[in-house]
Design a binder for this molecule. Structure first.
Ligand SMILES: Cc1cc2nc3c(=O)[nH]c(=O)nc-3n(C[C@H](O)[C@H](O)[C@H](O)COP(=O)(O)OP(=O)(O)OC[C@H]3O[C@@H](n4cnc5c(N)ncnc54)[C@H](O)[C@@H]3O)c2cc1C
Ligand code: SF4
Length: 339
């Protein structure tokens, strides 16, 4: 671990001022990802700017009937928030499918979205990795790539995005709020994380000096239900091989609205637009759900070790959509715990 300074931000303006003055500095929230990266010499910040005292720890109702979640709301508080459990069970389940209770108590909403890939080569500074050291090469393409992406990859990086919560936010059409040297701006959650292209070192569209301040959830459309399901190597404490977040509205046996996002398949949470096109207005049957998943996965480019993700993603999506379509009581939002 390198030597670093430690300071505390007194307010938003101070946080942005401090990071603008030292581009090699990093914000620290729960520290559950950043400290690991520092211990492995993957991250070498000159200074840690502690943002944990900033007033970003509230979950508030918005005027349009949605929720605004401060960037410092702990993952566990968010998962067990009564309004999240009742209205956004997909989000509660996604958070509870990640990490461990102790980690979720420390981890923040902003830090969760900004956590870095779990590619094992990224964590090993003795190997080439374009994300850690641009231009050095990608060890995973011809290496061990069982956990890696099959959609939207590039010749420079095939890493998959690790956050469960981000998959739920993509399916829910959430918005990410940022505060930086040029003021405030907002980005749809579906556009916040990037594909690797020729700049895999950039995970997101966040600009230098910007602080993630909040996530905003739109109101829940009447009649919709949502669910999250994750396939992983162990029952807990493991990142997704594949995960699915789905929002579905079925009336008289026909899909009125569907939003589908995959985790574990790409460098960012993968909103499944091709699948949604197949679902929209179609009969809510297992056959439709299978055709939708297959339409999305037609673009998959598996590598040596991760071909199993294609049928796994298909079957997971079909299972989640079938479960959602078969819930008969409209008052029942489905289970809010990981299945
Ligand atoms: C053993 C283990 C298992 C895990 N399993 C899972 C899992 O299954 N699923 C899953 O989704 N996650 C999992 N995680 C990851 C965990 O969810 C993240 O480490 C955590 O959410 C990061 O939040 P944090 O507040 O600790 O971030 P930090 O470590 O403090 O920060 C992470 C990054 O975000 C930046 N940052 C933090 N907050 C802000 C902000 N407001 N604005 C701008 N930049 C900011 C920091 O500078 C840093 O670069 C696991 C972690 C561990 C250690
Ligand atoms: S997949 Fe990406 S993160 Fe992993 S070694 Fe290749 S460049 Fe690095």
């Amino acid at each position: 671990m390198n030597k670093f300074d430690y300071t505390r931000a007194s307010d938003l303006a101070d946080a942005v001022r401090q990071i603008a003055a030292d581009p090699a500095a990093k914000f620290i929230a729960g520290g559950t990802n950043l400290i690991d990266l520092m211990k492995e010499n993957v991250a070498r910040p000159s200074r840690l700017i502690d943002i944990t005292r900033l007033p970003l720890d509230k979950v508030e109702e918005t005027e349009d009937g949605g929720l605004r979640i401060g960037a410092l709301v702990p993952n566990s508080d968010l998962a067990y928030h009564p309004q999240v459990e009742a209205r956004y069970p997909l989000l509660a389940a996604a958070i509870l499918a990640g990490a461990s209770p102790q980690l979720r108590n420390m981890a923040s909403t902003g830090g969760n979205l900004l956590q870095r890939t779990r590619c094992l080569y990224f964590y090993d500074p003795t190997t080439p990795c374009n994300k850690r050291e641009p231009g050095s090469g990608c060890s995973a393409i011809d290496g061990i790539n069982r956990m890696h992406a099959i959609l939207g990859t590039s010749e420079h990086c095939i890493a998959s995005h690790p956050s469960d919560m981000a998959v739920a936010l993509a399916a829910l059409d959430a918005t990410v709020h940022l505060h930086g040297p040029d003021g405030e701006r907002s980005v749809p959650a579906t556009d916040f994380h990037r594909l690797p292209d020729d700049h895999p070192e950039q995970d997101t569209v966040i600009r230098p000096g910007e602080l993630l301040t909040a996530i905003q959830l739109p109101p829940v459309a009447t009649g919709t239900r949502s669910r999250y399901r994750k396939a992983r190597d162990r029952a807990s404490y493991a990142f997704a091989l594949v995960s699915v977040g789905a929002v579905l509205d079925v009336q008289d046996g026909v899909v009125r609205r569907a939003a589908l996002a995959f985790g574990g398949l790409a460098h960012r949470p993968w909103r499944a637009r091709a699948a949604e096109e197949v679902l929209q207005g179609a009969p809510a049957t297992e056959d439709t759900f299978a055709r939708a998943a297959e339409a999305e996965l037609a673009a998959a480019r598996p590598l040596r070790d991760n071909g199993f993700k294609v049928p796994l993603a298909r079957n997971l999506a079909v299972g989640v959509l079938t479960d959602l379509a078969e819930i008969e009581d409209p008052a029942d939002p489905g289970p809010s715990r990981p299945a």
